[in-house]
Every structure is written in structure tokens, then in C-alpha cells.
Write a protein that binds this ligand. Sequence first.
Ligand code: PFF
Length: 461
Amino acid sequence: MQVNDSTRALWTTRLGFVLAAAGSAVGLGNIWKFPYITGQNGGGAFVLVYLGCIVVVGLPIMMAELMIGRHTRRDAVGAFIQLEHRRSFWLSAGWVSVAAAFIILSYYSVVAGWTLDYVFRALAGSFTGQPAEAIEGIFDGLIGNGPRQLLWHVIFILLCLGIVIGGVQKGIERWSKILMPILLVLLVLLFLNGMFSKGAWEGIVFMFRPDFTKLTAGSVLEAMGHAFFTLSLGMAAMITYGSYLSRNENLLSASLRVVILDTMIALMAGLAIFPIVFSVGMAPGQGAGLVFKTIPVVFSKITGGYVLAILFFLLLAFAALTSAISLLEAQVAYLIDERGWGRKKATSFLAFLAFAAGVPTALSYNLLSDWTLIGDLTFFDSMDLIASNYLLPISGLLISIYVGWFWKGSEEKEELIAGDAGWIYPAWHFLIRFVSPTAVAIVLIFKAKDTGFFNWIASLF
Ligand code: PFF
């Protein structure tokens, strides 16, 4: 279905777009994952590599995705139909992205459900005055409890449904304008708390003093993979959000705003977390449990911990919500644009599917803990492996190769120079043609090797 500018709902203001796109980018990846992988990979040097990946791979691909969306004014699959034709190989880039959005939403909303659970536990004062083992046990208890996770999972999906059903302007943009400023205020409060704690200097040194001996090839791959995830690339979200962007906007400055906000928020989250972790003498390398185990223990020990815990888990929940709505919208746009569905029906249907697909995830560490899908991975870990390690890089690779080498004519150039950013074209073109695809291909090959993909192929013969 062809849609033109006068019939498609567009973001009402540039701020609306920036907040919605930054809302998509800023999520559990920034506040949960970035600090813990920084902790595991030794701090400063990892942060530097990550920043490099954001600039040379993340930013160019984000611009490419927004460009595709804005040019075609369609969802991720429809965009490639319009640019090529129905049977084109490049449609696979759209399909892989939408599939990734579907899979990621299913488990992202389970983890988001945990954050809601923790908001209520923080309100109830469950961490105050408890010994560390008891607090850490709360998390094990939660993931061991299927029904409780399912309840929060449904509640979270219903929140997403409630927002996305309102549409681009009255749903996503309006809520992003409410949730993102609150998120920023919460983060600034927690950041200041970190900076005034006695572990402040240790935290700063940990994050910013590079020690390259701690950097491994694996850390570099992790940094690159995370740059993708944190900017919501390869998941149809930015193509879809780009399709609601006005042609008068300068793509470079719009993308830069989103990338800078996302990066600043990840760094501030690290500076909110590490100083207080150090101030109570705990270690930063706990891994995935950093936010759900270490942090509540820290809050139980510091003054003001009751209030800080509430603020922190609210921050996580809001960040997760604005990201999840972009994953839902990316799929809803497909049903609306390509299948002619109404928004209400499309949103309700996909929210139900996301809920259903998330059920085995919520049961992965309890009822279904013996059920392994890929190797010895649970359903949850298998979904994460498929989406984050394969689908995202594959779609990023296809998109960068398509935009760099196969987008016919000068359309993409015109898209870019439309907002007076002509000078950036040569640099962007170089990155998207050579640097981004090479970097993403390397990540993909190594991840495939690490996760035994080649052995699996060999075993078939
Ligand atoms: N960028 C989000 C995060 O950092 O948590 C995750 C995400 C949201 C990925 C939306 C992809 C997406 F489409």
C-alpha cells in the first residue's frame, strides 16, 4: 500500500521524534546490560571500544534505517517492497528485522516484568534491613516462580498495548514526552547520588581509565553487538520510526541527538551504579545479577536506600516500556501498512502473540528448566541467542550492504542532503559501504563460531 506524506501520521515535532526514538534506544540495554558488561569486561578500555563502535557502526546504520523508513513511508517489509519489488532478495532484510522485533519483545517483556515486580518490592521495603543472601534470594525466588512472572508479563504487555493502540501521535509520542523526561530526572537523581557517594572516584576511574590488558577479542565483539542492541538497530524499530519523520528534518542531527542521548544515559547509568557498588565494598563484575541482586543489596546498606531503590526500579521499568512500545509498533506497522488491518485489531493481536510467545520464557527457569532448545540453553536463552547473535547482525549487515551498494539512483543521497547535511555524505557513505558491513560481518562470524553454529552445520553432513 502506497502511503504519502499527507495521509501518514507523522511525529508532530522534532522533539517528539527524538524522545520516541531515544525512548526506543534507551532501555534495559542501557541501565541493566551496559553496566554489567562493562563490569565483566574490566571497565575503561571496554567503554572506549564501545564508544568507537557507536560512532563507526551504530550511527551510520541508524541513519540508513531512518532514511529507508522516511523515504518509503512504510513498515520494514513494505519499505523493501517499495524500493525493490515483491520477490526481491532484499525483502529478507525487512522480514529478519520484523522477526527479531517479535522474538525480542516476547522475552524483553518478561524481563521488564521483573522490573515491575522490583518496583513493588522496593515500595514494600522488602530490601530494607535484610541480609545480603536473603535479598539475592529474592531474585532466584522470582525467576523460579512461573505464575508470578506471567502476571507481571501480562501487565507489562497490557501497558504497551495501551500506549501503542493510541497511535503514533496520541499514543507513542505523547507517552514518550511524559515518560522520557521522568526517566531523565530519575537518572539524574541517581547519578548525583552516585557522584556524592564515597565510591564516586573509584567508580569514575573504573569506567574511564582504560586498561587495555583487560580487553579481549571477545570484549570487542561484545561491544559491537551491544552498540547494535542499545541503538535498537536491526529490529525494524528505527525504519518504522523513520517512516513517521518529516522530510524537513535533518537526518544527521536527528540521529545524532538520539545516539548522544542513548550514550549519555548508558554512561550516567554506569556512574549511578558503580560508585555505590564500590562504596559498600562489593564487586562490579557480577554479570546479569548486577541490577537485580547486587544493587538491591547496596540499597539495603546505604542511607536513603529505600527511596533510591524505588527510583531505580521505576527508572528501569520506564526505560523498558518506551523500548518495548517501539518493538510492538514495528510489528503493528507491518499489519497496518501491508495487510490493511486497523490499528486496534493489529495491536491487540500482536500484543496477544507477544504474551503467548513469552510464556515459555517466563517458565524457563522453573517449569520448563529442563527443556533445552539449542544445545543446553533454556528457551529464554535460546531466543536471546537467536535474536541478539544472529537476527540483529544479519539484518544490520543486509541493511548496510543494501543502502551502501544497491539502493538505486541518488535517492539516499538526496534523503541525506535534504536537511543541509550534504558535507556528511562522503563520510557516511564510506562508513556504510565498507566499515559497517565489515565490522558486522566479523561479529557475525565470530558469534557463529562461538555458539557452535559451524559445528552444527558440519554435523549435518
Ligand atoms: N535499545 C533497547 C535497549 O537498549 O534496551 C532494546 C531494544 C528496543 C532493541 C527496541 C530493539 C528495539 F527495537
